[in-house]
Design a protein around this ligand. Sequence first.
Ligand SMILES: Nc1ncnc2c1ncn2[C@@H]1O[C@H](COP(=O)(O)OP(=O)(O)OP(=O)(O)O)[C@@H](O)[C@H]1O
Length: 282
Amino acid sequence: MDNPSLLELRDVTYHYSGQSQGIFEQLSLTIAHHQRTAILGHNGSGKSTLFLLMTGLYPVDRGAIVWQGNPLDYQRQTLKQWRQNVGLAFQNPEHQLVAGTVAEDISYGLCNLKLSKPEIGYRVEQAIADFQLTEIAHTPLHHLSLGQKRRVALAGVMVLNPQLLLLDEPTAYLDPQQGQTLLQELHKIEQKGTTIAIATHNLDFAYQWADWFIILNQGKLILEGDAQTVFSQQQLLTEIGLGIPTLWEAWHSLPPSFRPQVRQIPRTLKEWKSIFNQSPFP
Ligand SMILES: Nc1ncnc2c1ncn2[C@@H]1O[C@H](COP(=O)(O)OP(=O)(O)OP(=O)(O)O)[C@@H](O)[C@H]1O
């Protein structure tokens, strides 16, 4: 990881009230500036809780959340700025949508910031266009499909211009076509300068998109690094029930003499096809 730290957990301990055992005990990890980070772990490993701590929605028991080198406190003013800097899209968009129609929902956070009416109007229009929501801008939210709701929820987060976007299980409820659309949306968001981190157990999606992988198991960071560092630990990943990405496995199942020399093992079917078109099987 060469990029500077954007958000960091330093020795964070957290437990849910009423539970004797903590979810996290002195957990430390870093989300680096402009690095595509995927936090991987199976159900219950603590991914959603981690994101709720990272946005300040849950206060840590001990340790600190550090933003660009500065430990954060939970004072009103800090929290207000924190929530502008770090946007969170929940796994279930229905937990995020609050207003009557698409446009009203997207404007909700801007109204809370008490921006002027023209500024709100301009930014909502822009978000509606960016997320291809024009046709449904005035549709009641309860008429939308889950996939559409996910796009509206994401637009409602991005309209606030966060520096860091956290996406919890972004591929839940999406078909493969919508998964491709999501990749394009992430690309556009990155181009506007926002760093993105996702939490998922969808290894294939994470492998296609991310540069840096953090593996959580039962609240512990057990492995992190680039694709090569992480997915070469197949035995460990299998032991914790996570496994390895399909394309990684397929590549390593080929006899070595069938594998062309490449700078990077293919991340997508498109890359896979282009490698084998250029280097036919012997
Ligand atoms: N509100 C809560 N109260 C008590 N325990 C909770 C609460 N929310 C989550 N937990 C527990 O905390 C642990 C971590 O849950 P969390 O939802 O953070 O994991 P996850 O990796 O996001 O799982 P999933 O992939 O299923 O969303 C689990 O054991 C879960 O039962």
